[in-house]
Design a protein around this ligand. Sequence first.
Ligand code: BJW
Ligand code: ZN
Length: 305
Amino acid sequence: YRLLSSALRLASRLPNARKVVLLQTSGMATRGQKQSDEQRLTELHDKLSQSKRVLVLTGAGVSAESGIPTFRGSTAGSWRGFTISELACPEAFQRSPSQVWELYHYRREKSLAAKPNLAHVAIAKFEQFCLKRGIDFMLATQNIDRLHQRAGSSRVIELHRSLFLVRCTACDSVTENYDSPICEALRGRGDPSPQADSTPIPEDQLPRCAGCSGLLRPYVVWFGEPLNEGELSSVQEFANMSDFVLVVGTSNAVYPAAMIAPDARRSGAQLAEFNLDASCSSSSDVSYFVAGPCGSTLPKALPRL
Ligand code: BJW
Ligand code: ZN
């Protein structure tokens, strides 16, 4: 009921929203409403099949059904009572590399143990469909968990890079690292509860560079750090020339990723948004807002072979 009423609030707030699809919102929806939702979803499915160029932009919500907590909204996780902006920044790493490494060790282990869900799979299958039909396709994600790749997506632009990249703070070399745990001192550490042992791990026992023994850091994009300029502009250019931009499971709260969909809309792309929470929207001009868990909604909306 709560989701249905916030969806209706959204629909009434957005005079330009042409097609608001309120799937999976409540058992209280009437049969007529459900039928027209299904019709709109079929319409979106057909339009996607006929598109020439489609960008899929994903955020933490796409991995929520794999058990990876989001940063914001009803599915947000917390780590020892800290918010993401308190720990996902270079200042936090300077202040306490041990604490930040505990957080990222916890998230690496959680992601390694997780499995891609039906939303990841639907996107990977849609890529195959596009390839076969000659539709230009691009997947850009803000997620760092690599679940898209594990679901079979072949080329993923990782806007905020990856949990499985590390960079040496001394020699700047970047390497891929899937070790579990990443170092012995982190074994059994990283418990998210506020009561967990937070005794600092000495710096010389934290992950170190194989080349120069310098301290490694997680190579993700923290607040205040730039995204890869070339990758960002290739996503923006692609988005601005797309027929459709699908915005999946993101609160659109973090820039510059949050600008991609509204900019593309201004350049003529149609937006289709998939979010659990109908009050989250990247733009006041979404053509289709599909409310509900994307593991259920995406497989219905995305064409596959
Ligand atoms: C479901 C679901 C289900 C749940 N189905 N849906 C302009 C204006 C104002 C501020 C700025 C600005 N430009 C830059 C800034 C500053 C800052 C910023 O954006 N701050 C905001 C807080 C306002 N941006 C930056 O600092 C960026 N850097 C930058 O701009 O550099 C400029 C520069 C240039 C030159 C030199 C130096 C600097 C960097 C931003 C990096 C963000 N990094 C993080 C952490 C990454 C590492 C980590 O994960 O630890 O990235 S923050 C965090 O938020 C993470 C995410 O990728 C990102 C976005 O979150 P996302 O994916 O949207 O998740 P949620 O949780 O917010 O939303 C989930 C959604 O899913 C919800 O809506 C749910 O309802 C939904 N959902 N289950 C469908 N089953
Ligand atoms: Zn080094």
